[in-house]
Write a protein that binds this ligand. Structure first.
Ligand code: CIR
Length: 407
């Protein structure tokens, strides 16, 4: 499969990009949790087992699973001239500004990580000062620095492949992320989309060098013509204006309507996909906190190269029913039980990955919500979730579909 094709949230899933969590999780410490957007430290071996179970479920459903780290290694193996350029960029974006440290880190990587995939994984994991050869640098900073400090921070959120880039129809948005810790994740997507033979040539609707933030968890493909984007803690309205302009000006894109959903700016509502996800032609799981009226902006082309915007204040059910083209049912996380809803929402009960209409991957721990889904005729593929859930993302967040069949 060359290129990408994602024109819905529910079409038969054929190809998905994942990242198997690695040593980056070992570099999470209590002091850095907040900055690195985690609430606890997952136990890596179990997190990896859970992730492998996720990949197995998807393969058993006929989905081709490709890993971000493999795609990146393939790019660098096919074009060795990019290896040094990538390392220089990665070191710079890790905040290393002195030539001396740049050289120390480059030497360390080049002499210990000759294998490309191991090198890629190391850039994701981060580097502790202690790992580097002790040198008398004659720098005050080195005399007073803690030898245990991280010189290159880890990227523990990489297993949420949904966010750093996002497929929109046959195009991609390479995102500028809200947080410094996640912004470096987009380097991998940038290299892959510019160089990997399976993805090169994909129209790019947003660039990591653009000014405003936008994250993949806020981008939902409703159908071939309609795209939903959350205005959230992570996605700024200016970014939506910009991406709308680029999408409407791509003659190959059939998208003619962008719905910007104004959702509360808080960690509980982080992205649009923590608020609702589509699970069937006429069914969505939702965060119960979003059931009242909502402001939605309908953005369409004005026919003169610009856009026009209509503001609507309606409930989610009527807005989604109109654009999906049939009456939809919203299934609240936790059923009607407020405590179960809050508990399961905390573990992403409404964040499911649809592999075909009516079949979704869910976290085992959200058993109350999963029961409600069964009762609504949904086939739940249950994955273990004790450790992965500590990063505050569910099966949708942990996956980036690259190809879905037409409905
Ligand atoms: N799409 C998503 O909702 N992704 C979850 C991202 C969780 C991650 N710890 C973050 O705060 O960015």
């Amino acid at each position: 499969m060359q290129g990408v094709n994602v024109k819905s949230e529910i079409g038969n899933l054929k190809k998905v990009i994942l990242h198997r969590p690695g040593d980056e999780l070992l570099n999470l410490t209590p002091n850095t949790l907040e900055e690195l957007l985690f609430d606890d430290i997952p136990f890596l071996p179990v997190a990896q087992e859970e992730h492998d179970a996720f990949a197995k479920i998807l393969r058993e459903e006929g989905v081709e699973v490709v890993y971000l780290e493999d795609l990146m290694a393939e790019v660098l193996d096919a074009k060795p001239e990019l290896r040094r350029q990538f390392l220089d960029q990665w070191i710079y974006e890790a905040g290393i500004r002195t030539e001396m440290y740049h050289d120390i880190i480059t030497d360390y990587i080049e002499s210990n990580y000759a294998d490309t995939k191991a090198m890629v994984m190391k850039t994701m994991a981060g580097i502790n000062l202690q790992e580097l050869p002790q040198r008398d640098t004659h720098l005050l900073v080195d005399m007073v620095s803690d030898r245990c400090k991280l010189v290159c921070a880890p990227m523990p959120n990489l297993y949420f492949t949904r966010d750093p880039f996002a497929m929109i129809g046959n195009g991609v948005s390479i995102n500028r992320m809200y947080s410094q810790t996640r912004n470096r994740e987009t380097i991998y997507g940038d290299y892959i989309f510019k160089n990997h033979p399976d993805f090169v040539g994909t129209p790019e609707y947003y660039s990591r060098n653009d000014t405003f933030h936008i994250e993949g968890g806020d981008i939902l493909n409703i159908n071939e013509h309609v795209l939903a984007i959350g205005i959230s803690q992570r996605t700024e309205p200016d970014a939506i204006d910009h991406i709308a302009h680029n999408i409407f000006n791509d003659e190959t894109s059939p998208i003619d309507t962008i719905l910007a959903f104004n959702i509360p700016v808080s960690r509980a509502f982080m992205h649009l996909d923590t608020v609702f996800t589509q699970i069937d032609r006429d069914k969505f799981t939702i965060h119960p906190g979003i059931m009242g009226p909502l402001t939605v902006f309908e953005i369409t082309p004005d026919g003169k190269g610009g856009t026009k915007i209509r503001e609507r204040n309606e409930d989610l059910e009527s807005v989604l029913s109109e654009y999906v083209g049939q009456k939809v049912t919203l299934i609240p996380c936790g059923g009607g039980d407020r405590i179960a809803a809050e508990r399961e929402q905390w573990n992403d009960g409404s964040n499911t990955l649809c592999v075909r209409p009516g079949t979704v991957v869910v976290y085992q721990r959200n058993n109350v919500t999963n029961d409600v889904l069964y009762k609504n005729g949904i086939n739940c593929l249950v994955m273990p979730s004790a450790e992965l859930s500590r990063g505050r993302g569910g099966p949708r967040c942990m996956s980036m579909p690259a190809w879905r069949e037409a409905l």
